[in-house]
Write a protein that binds this ligand. Structure first.
Ligand code: UGA
Length: 338
């Protein structure tokens, strides 16, 4: 029988990048809700995409009815921007934890498989050189460092899901994106935006001719992962051949793309030089220093290293990332600057 999948927050970065792949690789029916629809563009008219414009919090009956109707639930509704963790931590808690908890409970009640987006942020400031899903400690800062509310909300969801799963009450897979980046992430054409996630923020600064700011020195590193690699892993999790993804946690990131924010800034500026319309901006833009207190506020705290072990994903999903950072940045710049 044809599978039905419910995607909440379907117009977000992950949802919108995933939908075309589900439609082309499977014969599944997709049901989705989001506040907006602009990133779904070409897929909207597809006969197997059933999209409803709306707010999942305001439409609990619709959500419950669709959890009942579908086989797989992918709850992607979340705030995932560090600037908001600091300015509006309670919204993060309500959306990322409270609203998802009710979705999770209904998956348990109706016997549905949940694929939950955990996050690289759950490892926090773990001292491990490489983060392992089964052995790494999860390290967060004090309560007055409000940045950690996201990590903490996601971690508690992970623990609750694991609790139901290990008691045989829930079919689940947890996946942890490590800095997935790609064309549909955030909107760099929003002039007012000055605290998007880092790649979009740098692209925005290039479009509007503003200096690139390095927070607290820019030596902190991230493993940047092309969204296509992320979606490739997610498709394998959804298809779940021979139950290979069942009851697992997967780090999904590219350990080879481990670069400092300073290196990222230098790479983006060098690549942006290839887009004639922005060459004048690039020539005058500088890389400047700022403090996290000035940039984000006093509730911010950062992590220096975040490298995933991807052994689980290799072993159970037969997945490995393919894209270098340069290839990834080129795809993003082509999309926004060409
Ligand atoms: C992100 C977000 O928490 C989530 O999107 C996600 O769960 C997770 O990480 C992930 O994608 O793995 P983070 O990597 O800190 O967290 O987010 P960015 O906003 O992209 O910042 C990366 C680094 O760049 C931080 O150290 C930040 O201080 C720095 N930054 C950001 C700058 O130096 N300059 C800027 O203009 C913006």
């Amino acid at each position: 029988m044809t599978k039905k999948i419910l995607i909440l927050g379907i117009n977000g970065f992950i949802g919108a990048s995933l939908v075309p792949q589900i439609l082309s690789q499977t014969d599944w029916e997709i049901y989705g809700m989001d506040l907006q629809e602009h990133k779904l563009k070409s897929s909207l008219g597809h006969a197997r995409l059933h999209f409803t414009l709306g707010d999942v919090i305001q439409n609990p009956d619709w959500v419950e009815e669709h959890i009942k109707k579908c086989d797989i639930v992918l709850p992607l509704v979340a705030v995932a921007n560090p600037a908001i963790y600091v300015t509006d931590p309670l919204r993060v808690f309500e959306l990322d934890f409270v609203s998802n908890l009710s979705v999770l409970r209904q998956c348990v009640q109706y016997g549905k498989r949940i694929i939950f987006p955990s996050t690289s942020e759950v490892y926090g400031m773990s001292k491990d050189a490489v983060f392992n899903e089964e052995t790494s400690e999860l390290t967060q800062g004090p309560i007055n460092k409000e940045r950690w509310i996201y990590s903490c909300s996601k971690q508690l969801m992970d623990r609750v899901i694991y609790g139901y799963g290990s008691r045989g009450q829930l079919a689940y897979t947890l996946f942890r994106p490590f800095n997935w980046i790609g064309p549909l992430q955030d909107d760099p054409h929003d002039k007012a935006s000055n605290t998007s996630r880092v790649v979009t923020q740098f692209v925005c600064n290039i479009i509007y001719g503003r200096d690139l700011q390095l927070v607290d020195g820019g030596e902190q590193k991230r493993c940047f992962t092309h969204i296509n690699d992320g979606i490739d892993a997610l498709m394998k999790i959804l298809i779940n051949k021979d139950n290979s993804a069942s009851s697992h946690i997967f780090n999904i990131g590219n350990p080879k793309n481990n670069f400092s924010i300073r290196e990222l800034a230098e790479k983006i500026l060098a690549l942006a030089h290839n887009y004639p319309k922005y060459r004048d901006n690039v020539a005058k833009i500088k890389i400047v220093d700022t403090s996290s207190g000035t940039y984000y506020g006093k509730g911010y705290q950062d992590l220096q290293n975040r490298v995933p072990s991807i052994e689980n994903a290799k072993k159970y999903l037969n997945w490995e990332p393919k894209y270098t950072l340069d290839e990834t940045l080129k795809d993003i710049l082509d999309y926004h600057l060409s």
